[in-house]
Design a protein around this ligand. Sequence first.
Ligand code: ATP
Length: 239
Amino acid sequence: MYLRSLTLKGFKSFPHRTRLEFGPGISVIVGPNGSGKSNITDAVLWALGEQSPLAVRGQTMRDVLFAGGAGVPSASVAEVEVVIDNSDGRLQSDFSEISIVRRLHRSGEGEYRLNGARCRLADVLEVLSDTGLGKEMHSVVSQGRVEQIVMSRPRERRLVIEEAAGLGKHRKRRHRAQLKLERTRANLERLLDIEREARTRLRPRRRPPGARRPFPGRRSCRAPPRPFPLGLSPSSWRP
Ligand code: ATP
């Protein structure tokens, strides 16, 4: 599995469609200061779902759109495609290539695509968590980040090591499961409130006029009120 290609259009200093192809092993991008080398790593990070403008060296996310210059008008859309080669089948996917596209319009509207199909950011992150790539996976280590990791506190360094070891994916799943449990608990409490409310409205049945009284001294064998079944409206419920 390796990064096969990166295509940029309207992203930072790349107003025109620019495709970079990579092979297995190490690739090096060389260029003078300010020629756009870091914009390339920004593009990878951005396409993989980065949500912080600061992480891609901007103030707002719109700063990734080509701002115009040298007779070229500013871009109305920024688009980056990352293609990951999976011909060795390391990823659990039927595809030999995984294409991730992220687009951002100047209006603020954005979209993601996985192998051409429109998807949510969560789907991209899910695929990436299986690849070991992604925002917190240390697949992109920018200038100064190594120093930051070395100087960080033990707890922060532990998180970095856990992410690199692939534990982050399970931590995120646990967090999602906990949120679901909390929502279910809240729903259950609401239902119990409704049940309690419905019970207060239930009255014991009146004896019709002329009906015989129960034999004196004999215990009533009327069953206690049954619980209010979920899904039945209070008005339709008869004990
Ligand atoms: P260094 O080696 O100094 O770190 P670099 O090669 O990594 O530099 P980058 O920082 O990637 O260079 O690119 C900086 C260039 O990108 C600047 O010329 C800047 O004007 C240009 N640039 C950044 N954002 C945009 C944008 N939104 N629109 C147009 N150009 C941009």
